[in-house]
Design a protein around this ligand. Structure first.
Ligand code: ADP
Ligand code: MG
Length: 559
């Protein structure tokens, strides 16, 4: 039989994966079980839309079998199965795209659990097995197929007699070595613990034959060994559980098992709504920026379940763009199962859920901002820019949601402050919210334009990102206070005597100033005496709405 080669990239990836994620070998089981569960989901979903197919829950399960002598661990499912083509495309090409990014991630985040989110979950089997055999029969197929591979050297596919639809995966568990133990993956108690830890919420029974000790008939102190099939998982999805039963670790496990990210979530939100619209949701605010976050490739969205059945992997309509970093899932009884993407967009229930979710996320962020400032700053460091884009692009509708979440570095506090905190501290006579733009806080500190405002004892917000000034231009005001750049001509600072003095000087030096203006022809609109300078001899200021910094950004933009 011809042996096919994995695609070149796959070989490299496989090597990398096998060698870089050794710390968490046990997760291979989570990956295979979740694939099995996905496969049953698929057949279940089909049965809901295809009257020919009847889904009898009792016939759908995942079974784990151990054969210690043969060193074989088998995972069987009654899911949708794979055709020969599917075996080839699904298991023959690893991480079709994004493999470079994948590699970068491994290098950057060593030790994190990265398997799965790049469609490479299946290959984790090679962390514990020398040979992996997949026997599968697809729904509606005449015959089954056997796929086999011993790792990076390729795989074979051949027809194989299989009666029932579904997939069986046989792992030939590696021998123990000096450094690594593999025997544990043939131990009942160990497998049970792994299943409990990672796959407890899987909605189909995960069965295993276990040895039990029962009292011998007619005896109190003698026991008899017996074999018995048990269901290991509780099958209650985590989002249906009571918040009080769940620990942070449970949410973290779920985050990892769903491949929402390979970081630890910064915060989670568990919603159980039964008001106008009934739904449960588990939402996460990630700790770090996904590698493709600020690129076109990034797809926002939440997993969408209709009454416990996954109907969409990334439902974009559930998240506004400014919260596109949020990960998680929503399950609602109010949604129809065979709803199409187009119908979903117009679904009233879904709109209500989305609105509700946005306000929950906002609430969570606000409470973090208030009670866990350090954590919030970490979040803001990663995703603050997205919030500012939200303000800039669609402020009209999101004003209330977003303005309180913004933070800027303060000249007075020497740290990030909220606009509310700024306004709270404003002296009676201060008219505007002052800001200064520049490349860095250090640079802004040295700007001559900040002197007068700072001298008055007013606080200045430092804008170091391009988007900052554009965002607040959209807002115009916060709590009825206008924003004003320190380089603006009208600072609204009472300086009567100084103004008079400046006017007098302007009159006296009329000739000099027009001469200077002619020298700077086309570069400035006027040259004036100013009293705002304390220690610097000269500064640039602007008239009108567009400041020097904005002009720089606008000029740098491609036409
Ligand atoms: P992912 O699950 O992220 O798509 P995997 O590497 O875990 O990536 O699996 C690759 C693909 O192989 C799956 O998307 C699925 O189409 C197929 N597959 C894997 N295991 C099974 C299974 N037990 N039954 C049916 N299809 C499977
Ligand atoms: Mg998978």
């Amino acid at each position: 039989m011809e042996k096919k080669q994995f695609q070149a990239e796959s070989t490299r990836l496989l090597e990398m994966m096998i060698h870089s994620i050794y710390t968490q070998k046990e997760i291979f089981l989570r990956e295979l079980i979740s694939n099995a569960s996905d496969a049953i989901d698929k057949i279940y979903y089909k049965s809901l839309t295809d009257p020919q197919l009847v889904f009898d829950k009792d016939n759908y399960f995942i079974k784990i079998t151990i054969d210690k002598d043969a060193r074989e661990l088998t995972i069987t499912d009654t899911g949708i199965g794979m055709t020969a083509e599917e075996l080839e495309t699904n298991l023959g090409v690893i991480a079709k795209s994004g493999s470079l990014a994948f590699k970068k991630e491994i290098e950057a985040k060593d030790g994190y659990n990265i398997i799965g989110q790049f469609g490479v979950g299946f290959y984790s089997a090679f962390m514990v097995a020398d040979v992996v055999t997949v026997i599968s029969k697809a729904l509606g197929a005449e015959t089954g197929y056997k796929w086999q591979s011993s790792g990076a050297d390729g795989y074979t596919i051949e027809p194989y007699e299989k009666e029932t639809v579904g997939t069986t995966i046989i792992l030939k568990i590696k021998e123990n070595t000096e450094e690594e133990r593999y025997d544990e993956f043939l131990e009942e108690y160990r497998l049970r613990a792994i299943i409990k830890k990672y796959s407890d919420f899987i909605r189909y029974p995960i069965k295993m034959d276990v040895t039990t000790h029962k009292p011998k008939e007619g005896s109190d102190n003698e026991f008899e060994e017996a074999r018995e099939e048990q269901v290991i998982n509780s099958m209650v999805p985590i989002w249906r559980k009571n918040k009080s039963e769940l620990k942070d670790e449970d949410y973290e496990q779920f985050y990892a098992s769903k491949h929402y990210g390979f970081d630890k979530p910064l915060a989670h939100i568990h919603v159980s709504a039964d008001g106008a619209v009934v739904y449960q949701a588990i939402l996460y605010i990630p700790e770090s920026i996904p590698f493709d976050y600020y690129s076109k490739e990034y797809e926002k969205g939440l997993e969408l379940y209709a009454n416990g059945v996954l109907i969409m992997n990334k439902c974009a309509d559930l998240l506004p763009d400014y919260f596109s970093f949020v990960k998680g899932m929503v399950d609602s009884e109010s949604l129809s199962l065979n709803i199409s993407r187009e119908m979903l967009q117009h679904d009233r229930q879904l709109k209500l859920i989305a609105k509700n979710i946005a306000s929950k996320i906002k609430g969570q962020l606000q409470s973090m901002q208030k009670n866990e400032r350090e954590k919030y700053e970490k979040f803001y460091q990663a995703f603050g820019r997205q919030l500012k884009y939200g303000v800039y692009s669609d402020f009209g509708t999101h004003k209330d949601t977003l303005q309180d979440l913004l933070m800027f570095y303060s000249s007075k506090e020497k740290k990030l402050v909220t606009l509310a905190e700024y306004v709270e501290r404003m002296p009676e006579d201060q008219k505007y919210i002052y800001y200064a733009t520049g490349e860095s806080n250090e640079r802004i500190e040295k700007l001559p334009q900040t002197e007068l405002v700072a001298d008055k004892g007013y606080e200045i917000l430092y804008f170091t990102e391009d988007i900052d000034e554009f965002a607040i231009k959209m807002m115009r005001t916060y709590k009825e206070k206008e924003f004003r750049s320190v380089s603006s001509a009208d600072l609204g600072i009472e300086a009567d005597d100084q103004d008079k003095a400046a006017d007098a000087e302007n009159a006296d030096n009329q000739e000099l100033f027009s001469y200077m203006k002619s020298l700077l022809e086309g570069k400035v609109t006027s040259v004036k005496a100013s009293k705002r300078l304390k220690s610097h001899p000269v500064c640039l200021s602007t008239e009108g709405d567009v400041t020097i910094e904005m002009e720089k950004v606008l000029n740098a933009m491609p036409n």
